[in-house]
Design a protein around this ligand. Structure first.
Ligand code: PLP
Length: 369
């Protein structure tokens, strides 16, 4: 009998397990660990969003896969108000957090063996995972020209980037769109940090008319409320863009039961209708970013990119990535080695500034010593 090959066998080992000994070391610090290794929100869910969730708690029936008309109107409204992007309400589809959509998009689009999924060289690992789940071939490449005639089914861009915080300008994004359109490839733009530009940086959506010339054909933008609205625990995201692609995704997701719970849809709608809580949260991150950046630079670290998002992309002349992780763990500070995001990260660490003010202050104090 032929042996079954599990999907798990196509996937790499979970890299975070390799960080465990450093986490233990950092936790042994007398002042306690400062965990800056993951970008998970630590501040409360805004009261208005909790109220919206609770008000929709009596939801005995199945929710709509497509999202309520109210949620789709809120998403379209936010895109237009905040990012100058106009989409029809039919061109919006909620997802159970954006990681779910990223991991399943190649499969949902019907990609598989013989298809290529291109993603940035330094990247959130789930683009690669999604290609592998589908049985497609992941290719890490920042230079599309270098791909030659390879048939790309899907090209991921991620601006602002995790892990580097780099923001791609309009000309760069426009070139990606043109390249993909010439080849019939879909461009998926992971824009979960779009609202988090610093020092005057204003990240632009792939769906903005300056980038795509007003046509969303073959384009998808993925948005998440995890970071903007402290909703990582709610699993709240959506995809918008090409109406034909969105309806294709909807058709498959309906059959597969990939549905956002109704109370979460209500909380998402409330979050997208309100900018005040997001501005308040952004100010918290701004202060933490400035504190950590100054402390790292004062201790001889170099920060590259990091003009947007929730991370500082840092390197130290005395250490490679794992050496830097170890050096900081000795001070009770846990960060992620750049290597987790691709071989080009071998001399960097990613420092998340998603810790409380108190923990950020503790880290800054330890760096100064
Ligand atoms: C680039 C990127 N995409 C997607 C996600 C997933 O976010 P969520 O599933 O919470 O929407 C993250 C989370 O850190 C991320 O950094």
């Amino acid at each position: 009998m032929a042996e079954r090959r599990s999907v798990k066998d196509r996937l790499p080992t979970f890299p975070w397990d390799r960080l465990a000994p450093y986490k233990e070391k950092a936790a042994a610090h007398p002042g306690g660990i400062v965990d800056l290794s993951v970008g998970t929100p630590v501040d409360p869910v805004p009261a208005s969003l909790r109220a919206a969730l609770a008000d929709a708690a009596d939801s005995p029936g199945y929710p709509q896969t497509w999202g309520t008309p109210k949620l789709r109107a809120s998403a379209a409204g936010w895109l237009e108000r905040r990012h100058g992007v106009r989409v029809a309400e039919e061109a919006v589809l909620p997802a159970v957090g954006s990681k779910e959509l990223v991991a399943w998009l190649p499969t949902l689009l019907g990609l598989g063996e013989g298809d290529t999924v291109v993603h940035p060289e330094l990247a959130y690992p789930t683009y690669d995972i999604g290609a592998r789940i589908a049985g497609a071939t992941p290719v890490a490449s920042d230079g599309l020209a270098a791909l030659g005639p390879a048939r790309a089914g899907l090209v991921w861009v991620n601006s602002p980037s995790n892990p580097t915080g780099r923001v791609l300008g309009v000309p760069h994004l426009r070139k990606v769109v043109e390249w993909a359109r010439e080849r019939g490839a879909v461009v998926a733009s992971d824009e979960c940090y779009l609202d988090l530009g610093w020092d005057g940086t204003e990240p632009v959506s792939i769906l903005h008319p300056d980038v795509c010339g007003g046509s969303h054909e073959n384009l998808l933008a993925v948005h998440s409320l995890s970071k903007r609205s402290n909703l990582a625990g709610y699993r709240a995201a959506f995809v918008a863009g090409d109406p034909a692609l969105v309806s294709e995704l909807l058709a498959v997701r309906k059959h597969a039961g990939m549905i956002v719970p109704a109370p979460v849809q209500a909380a998402m709608s409330a979050a997208l209708d309100d900018d005040a809580h997001a501005a308040e949260q952004k100010e918290r991150y701004r202060a933490r970013r400035e504190r950590l950046r100054a402390a790292l630079e004062g201790a001889g670290w170099r920060i590259e990119h990091s003009e947007a998002g929730l991370y500082l992309w840092a390197s130290h002349p005395g250490h490679d990535a794992w050496g830097a992780v170890s050096h900081l763990a000795d001070r009770g500070v846990l960060v992620a080695p750049g290597e987790f995001y691709g071989p080009r990260g071998a001399s960097h660490v990613r420092v998340a500034f998603t810790a409380t003010d108190e923990r950020v202050e503790a880290a800054a104090g330890r760096l100064a010593r």
